[in-house]
Unconditional design. Structure first.
Length: 95
């Protein structure tokens, strides 16, 4: 397997650890505060954990296929971030 591919996978696998480190200083209230028309930190983490699975599968297909062709990725915004208000950041990262 190509070394660059392995480096990218390793970097992606470190994302949960990086997100945990970045949000650790925030209180639960801080992570669930939502600006008008925007997303809370918890919603962003829920989005990242949801999209990570889709992107990783997509990445594997692209690397392993000689002439990859992928459709645009358009996740349902509400479906994967709606549960953010009911979970801690740690729970969202572990999902």
């Amino acid at each position: 397997m190509d070394r660059r591919y392995l480096m990218l996978i390793e970097a992606l696998e470190g994302t949960p650890r990086d997100v945990t480190r970045l949000v650790k200083p925030l209180s639960a209230d801080d992570t669930h505060w939502r600006p008008v028309g925007g997303w809370s930190v918890a919603m962003l983490v829920a989005h990242l954990t949801y999209i990570e699975h889709l992107m990783l599968a997509r990445f594997h297909r692209i690397v392993e296929t000689e002439h990859p062709s992928e459709q645009a990725l358009e996740p349902d915004e509400g479906a994967h971030v709606a549960h953010a208000a009911d979970h801690s950041i740690a729970e969202l990262i572990e999902a």
